[in-house]
Ligand binder design. Structure first.
Ligand code: IMP
Length: 181
């Protein structure tokens, strides 16, 4: 008999935020965004790859006529700490001129990525730019960034799941977890 293995219940992981809490919080965030943008047609910009799962759930919680675009920036790679460098590796498909932008990110950590993107999007002529992040680690901030919609403030621990990876692993966990050891 082959051994059954489970990624989701791996003994190396502890659950920080369970799936039902994430679902409930995203429902609230979606309602807030729909009310703030009533009558407008915001563009949700997903920062790949980490924010893809958050974007797909958040977008379905926002009852508005909206559009998506995707951008990919250089990440930490296999390291757990930031190099401080941000580089666009896949740019947007559509121009931002005159658009109301909601930047959708998995986690606000040092703030380097979002501060770089906000400045870049302003320079491209967006009408307004707001940030929606699922997670926020306030203790780690190196540059000031204002997030308009925050799912959860978390302590300074390296987290995985719900889109977030460690060396590309764990993105498919349905919850936010901490790798033990
Ligand atoms: P920042 O530029 O330092 O704010 O980093 C943002 C990016 O770093 C996120 O989009 C994640 O890809 C990555 N990151 C930061 N903290 C974590 C973590 O705890 N787990 C997984 N990825 C993280």
């Amino acid at each position: 008999m082959p051994e059954t293995t489970s990624e989701f219940t791996s003994p190396n992981l502890s659950v920080l935020i369970p799936a039902d809490k994430i679902r409930e919080r995203i429902r609230e965030m979606g309602q807030q965004i729909a009310s703030d943008y009533a009558g407008r047609r915001p563009e949700l910009i997903c920062v790949l790859k980490g924010a893809m799962i958050f974007l797909s759930d958040l977008a379905r919680a926002i009852d508005l006529n909206l559009t998506f675009d995707y951008i990919a920036v250089s990440s930490y790679g296999k390291e757990k700490s930031s190099s401080g460098e941000v580089k666009i590796v896949k740019d947007l498909d559509e121009p931002l001129q005159g658009r109301d932008i909601i930047l959708v990110e998995d986690i606000l950590d040092t703030g380097l990525t979002l501060s770089y993107l906000v400045n870049s999007f302003k320079a491209r002529g967006a009408t307004s730019i707001k940030i929606a992040t699922l997670l926020n680690k306030p203790e780690r901030r190196k540059v000031e960034v204002h997030a308009d919609y925050i799912g959860f403030d978390i302590p300074d621990e390296f987290v995985v799941g719900y889109g977030l990876d460690y060396a590309e692993r764990y993105r498919n966990l349905p919850y936010i977890g901490v790798v033990k050891g």
